[in-house]
Write a protein that binds this ligand. Structure first.
Ligand code: GDP
Ligand code: MN
Length: 404
């Protein structure tokens, strides 16, 4: 089975009429925005974009979350820009910060070392807390209990095409669980051990891939991304990953207590570079600052078990595991390809990375869309602009409407 044959289709071909769409029943869904008071300007920028390109028709509510208290300036300003109900919530200590089984001194020392090693955000304690919150807690917040779906919004994001249909309803109708618009490669040094644990979770729970896991596996020499042998390559009788010795992803054994679901020591095992066999992480992940997903998946026992095992390894502190690779590897272990939706028709930018639907048709043909990456270096930016200038929304099917 080739990944190419499993591409999902855009939900709506061409532009829908939002004036008609908005008359249809809504899903039980909300935007979720984690932010701090000082990020107000960036949040407003995001809200303006969301409202302009989607929510002025659909009026989905917003839930703002913060580990501190939102001040009145923040709350009052937000209310000026939204067209729907808003709730502001505080995240309690149970969902933010060190769990009681972690030795804080060990964790803080681990974070300090990551700072010294110049690992991106590695030395920032608050960033570690944020990643852990988005990995295992946001969906447990009391303000989200009434919702079935969420759409994540961050400060300083921009949508550049009108989203003329209801993505929640279309995901529901098509049995989708998780939607993304950009997939990128993670910085290796932020997640040295993450794949060993994710892979061990799969093994310990006897999970077999439903087609998505392969997306995250570095292809071995002679093999394609989907695991099929390249033309002219004769596979050996036995793959290293079939050897039980290597079954937990290429390296030294992981601590048995963690695999049993018990709290670990708060430290992570060293990786033995000589034991490189079996599966290797290709660093690919869905960029989770945009994410539309079913909350009941996050709330499932399987996801909770996954989070618990990952958490107990100490990787949220001793390494700087992001919520993006956590969500992605959980999806890889638990979901089928057909449950994932690529919102190729959503034009989206955050910081230096963007997805432009105008490029999607070309990329769809040859590339694996999951591995698509648009980094805005100068050349890429120029190419994007050229595509953009020539792009005629009337001629393209389902790749974004009234983009500006
Ligand atoms: P980046 O996109 O990976 O560079 O990370 P960001 O700095 O944008 O953080 C990701 C999200 O978490 C954004 O929505 C931030 O507003 C939010 N965030 C990060 N750190 C904190 C924090 O300490 N407190 C709160 N309340 N939000 C945070
Ligand atoms: Mn951000």
């Amino acid at each position: 089975r080739k990944i190419n044959e499993k591409y999902d289709k855009v939900f709506v071909t061409g532009c829908a009429d939002p004036e008609v769409q908005k008359e249809a029943p809504r899903a039980n869904a909300a935007f979720v925005v984690l932010a701090r008071n000082k990020e107000l300007d960036g949040v407003i920028e995001s809200i303006k974009s969301v409202e302009r390109h989607f929510n002025r028709w659909f009026h989905y509510p917003y839930v703002f979350l913060n580990d501190g208290d939102f001040n009145s300036t923040f709350k009052e300003t937000i209310l000026k820009y939204v067209s729907s109900p808003v709730e502001f919530g505080k995240i309690g200590p149970d969902h933010w910060g060190y769990p009681d089984w972690v030795d804080e001194n060990v964790a803080k020392e681990g974070i300090r070392k990551q700072g010294d090693a110049a690992i991106m955000y590695g030395g920032m304690e608050s960033y570690h807390k944020m990643c852990r919150f988005y990995s295992g807690f946001f969906y447990k917040h009391e303000l989200l209990q009434k919702y079935d779906w969420y759409w994540r919004v961050e400060p300083e994001i921009k949508y550049f095409c009108d989203m003329t249909y209801d993505p929640f309803i279309h995901m529901e109708r098509n049995n989708k669980t998780y939607g993304f618009t950009i997939a990128v490669k993670e910085l290796k040094e932020t997640v040295p051990n993450i794949f060993r644990y994710a892979s061990a979770y799969k093994r310990v729970n006897n999970l077999t891939s439903q087609g998505l896991w392969e997306m995250f596996v570095e292809p071995k020499e002679g093999y394609n991304q989907d695991g099929s042998p390249k033309p002219g390559f004769t596979p050996p009788d036995k793959l290293p990953k079939d050897d039980p010795k290597y079954s937990d992803a290429r390296m030294k054994p992981l601590p048995e207590d963690i695999l049993r679901g018990e709290p670990g020591s708060g430290t992570l095992p060293e990786i033995d570079p000589d034991a490189m066999e079996g599966e290797t992480y290709n660093m690919c992940h869905f960029w989770s600052n945009f994410e539309i997903a079913r909350l009941d998946w996050f709330r499932s026992k399987e996801y909770e078990d996954f989070f618990q095992m990952m958490d107990r390894s100490g990787g949220f502190w001793m390494e700087r595991w992001g919520d993006a690779p956590i969500h992605s590897l959980a999806a890889g272990a638990l979901l089928s390809t057909s449950q994932i939706h690529y919102f190729r028709d959503f034009g989206y930018r955050h910081t230096t990375i963007q997805h432009c639907p105008a490029n999607a048709p070309a990329r769809q043909l040859e590339r694996q869309p999951y591995l698509e990456m648009t980094t805005l270096d100068e050349r890429a930016r120029r190419e994007e602009d050229e595509y953009w200038a020539k792009w005629d929304p009337e001629k393209e099917n389902g790749v974004g409407c009234r983009c500006r």
